[in-house]
Ligand binder design. Structure first.
Ligand code: ZN
Length: 172
């Protein structure tokens, strides 16, 4: 009997451990292991940065809206494979993700503020809260180029980007 109970607990523990291991570090976690996130990104080197950044097994907490906004702020083309980006590019994307998520949560409750809504531009104008998300076909707020959008991934989420502010890396 005792061994049966012990076995059940250990199976649960193994399962719990497996689930925890499968989630990436929490973007709002303290302390935050940026190096671990970068390693998990690089393990998916062949995949586009836009898909990797939203994979909760790489980093937990990133949503589809912030994904487009963070890549704009980091100046990264969404469809560039992770392997073609430098460590500095990936570290910058992770740092901006943390900054943006932290700036958009209400205190300790860590929920998005409904009053403010999502905001990444720091503009006080309610019509200018976001850089690129849902702005396909409209001019880039920074350079005036036409914002592009494309459905990506198995669930066809929309990615928005500025082709001028987010050029693909130049091949050496
Ligand atoms: Zn632009």
């Amino acid at each position: 009997m005792r061994s049966a109970v012990a076995e059940l607990l250990s199976t649960r523990e193994v399962e719990r451990h497996r689930q925890l291991q499968s989630l990436g570090p929490d973007l709002l976690g303290e302390p935050f292991d940026r190096g671990e996130v970068v390693r998990r990104m690089q393990a998916r080197g062949g995949d586009p940065i836009a898909e990797v950044l939203i994979d909760q097994r790489v980093v937990a907490g990133m949503g589809n809206v912030f994904k487009s906004e963070v890549l704009f702020l980091a100046g990264l083309d969404p469809f560039t494979p992770v392997a073609a980006l430098t460590d500095a590019d990936l570290e910058r994307a992770v740092d901006i993700s943390r900054e943006q998520l932290a700036a958009n949560v209400m205190g300790r409750s860590q929920t998005l503020s409904p009053a403010l809504g999502r905001r990444t531009t720091r503009s006080l104008d309610p019509n200018e809260k976001l850089w690129v998300y849902s702005r396909g076909g409209r001019p880039c707020r920074r350079c005036g180029a036409v914002i592009q959008s494309r459905k990506t991934g198995p669930d066809a989420r929309l990615t928005y980007w500025c082709p001028t502010c987010q050029p693909p890396p130049v091949r050496a």
